[in-house]
Ligand binder design. Structure first.
Ligand SMILES: Nc1nc2c(ncn2[C@@H]2O[C@H](COP(=O)(O)OP(=O)(O)OP(=O)(O)O)[C@@H](O)[C@H]2O)c(=O)[nH]1
Ligand SMILES: [Mg+2]
Length: 311
C-alpha cells in the first residue's frame, strides 16, 4: 500500500530468499522486484516489508515459527504463517519424533499443524498410513495424497482456499516441491531423485519460496530438514501440546505444573495405565520433555524466550 504523499515507500511481502537478495512482491500491484540484503539479515519468506530507496524495513511479525538444528543453531522457518503443513511418507521415512516435535512447535507458536501423507501410490504406503492415522487422527487434520498420481490434491486446495498461508516442511525427498508443482503446474519447481542406496533425496530445494494458489491461500515450499528442535517451547507448553494427550488432559492433573512423569493424580499416567495412551508414545514424550528441559537451562536461548513472553 502506498503511503499518502510518499511515493518512495512501498509495502510488500518477501516471496523468496537467496541469502544476499530477496524477491519482494509489492502489495499495491503484485509486481515483483529483487532487493539486495545483507547475509544473515534476519529476513525470511513471509515477512512484510517496507521498501524505501532499495532498503528493506521489516514490519512487525504476526507470527514466527522457529526450530533448532542438531548443532544448536536457531532457524526461522517462516513468518506470518498460520498453518504448518508437515509432509511425510513411507520412503523416505521421517526421523523418529519429527511429527511430534513439529506439531508441538506449531501449537506453541500459534500455528495450526496439518499432516500430509504423500506418495499414496507406493506399495509401502498402506501400512504406513495405517500406523500413522490412529496416532494422530484426534490431533490434527490429515491428508493422504499422491503428487505422482495427482490423488486427493483437491482436498489440500480446498483447505488452503479458506485463506490460509502455510508452509511445507519435511525431510528431503518426501515430495514437497512435487505437490506444489501439481497444485500450480506453471511454477515448475525443481524436484529431486531419490538415491536407491539411501532411499533419501538430495536436498533439491535450497531456497524457500512463497506461492499464491489459484483458488486462494498461499503456500511456502522450503528446503528439506530433519531436525525440529523445540527452541521456542516451554515445558508447560509441551505438557499440553504433545499430540495424543488431548483427551487425557481434558481432566486436569492434580498439580497445575504436572510434567506427567511421576506426579500423583496425573491424568496422562492414568491414561497410560488404562492403555488409552500407549507406552511408545509416552516414551517419545519423555524424551522430548528431557530435551525441552535441557534447552530451558541454556542462557543463550533465554533471551528468545523472554522476548517471546513479552510479545
Ligand atoms: N512415487 C511417488 N514419488 C513421488 C511423489 N511425490 C514426489 N515423488 C518423488 O520423490 C522425489 C523427491 O521429490 P521432491 O518433490 O523433490 O521432494 P522435496 O520434499 O521437495 O525434497 P527437497 O527439496 O530436497 O526437500 C522425486 O523423485 C519425486 O518424483 C509421489 O506422490 N509418489
Ligand atoms: Mg523441494
Amino acid at each position: 500500500m502506498k503511503k499518502e504523499n510518499d511515493n518512495s515507500k512501498r509495502e510488500g511481502v518477501i516471496v523468496a530468499h537467496y541469502g544476499v537478495a530477496v524477491d519482494v512482491q509489492y502489495t499495491d500491484d503484485s509486481s515483483r522486484a529483487m532487493v539486495r540484503v545483507k547475509r544473515n539479515s534476519g529476513h525470511v519468506v513471509g515477512d512484510a516489508v517496507l521498501i524505501e530507496d532499495d532498503t528493506l524495513i521489516r514490519l512487525e511479525r504476526r507470527s514466527e515459527l522457529a526450530r533448532m538444528d542438531a548443532r544448536g543453531g536457531v532457524h526461522i522457518v517462516g513468518a506470518n504463517l498460520d498453518i504448518l503443513c508437515i509432509v511425510v511418507t513411507c520412503e523416505p521415512l521421517p526421523p523418529p519424533g519429527f511429527i511430534d516435535r513439529a506439531i508441538v512447535a506449531a501449537r506453541a507458536s500459534g500455528h495450526t499443524p496439518v499432516l500430509v501423507l504423500n506418495k499414496s501410490d507406493l506399495a509401502c504406503f498402506k501400512n504406513y498410513e495405517e500406523s500413522i492415522r490412529p496416532l494422530y487422527r484426534n490431533s490434527l487434520e490429515i491428508f493422504s495424497v499422491s503428487a505422482e498420481k495427482s490423488d486427493n490434491l483437491d482436498e489440500l486446495k480446498h483447505f488452503f482456499a479458506k485463506g490460509h498461508r502455510g508452509i511445507f516442511v519435511g525431510s528431503t525427498g518426501v515430495g514437497k516441491s512435487s505437490i506444489l508443482n501439481k497444485l500450480l503446474p506453471e511454477i515448475n519447481l525443481a524436484t529431486g531423485e531419490i538415491s536407491e542406496s539411501k532411499k533419501r533425496g538430495r536436498h533439491t530445494t535450497t531456497v524457500s519460496t512463497l506461492h499464491l494458489l489459484e483458488d486462494g491461500g498461499e503456500l511456502v515450499d522450503s528446503p528439506g530438514f530433519n531436525d525440529f528442535g523445540l527452541v521456542d517451547t516451554s515445558v508447560a507448553e509441551l505438557t499440553v501440546y504433545f499430540p495424543g494427550f488431548e483427551k487425557a488432559t481434558e481432566t486436569p492433573c492434580k498439580f497445575r505444573d504436572c510434567k506427567h512423569r511421576n506426579e500423583p493424580g496425573c491424568s496422562v499416567i492414568e491414561a497410560l495405565n488404562a492403555g488409552t495412551i500407549n507406552q511408545a508414545r509416552y516414551n517419545t514424550y519423555l524424551q522430548i520433555l528431557e530435551e525441552v528441559e535441557t534447552i530451558d537451562q541454556e542462557p543463550k536461548y533465554r533471551e528468545r524466550r523472554n522476548r517471546r513472553k513479552k510479545n
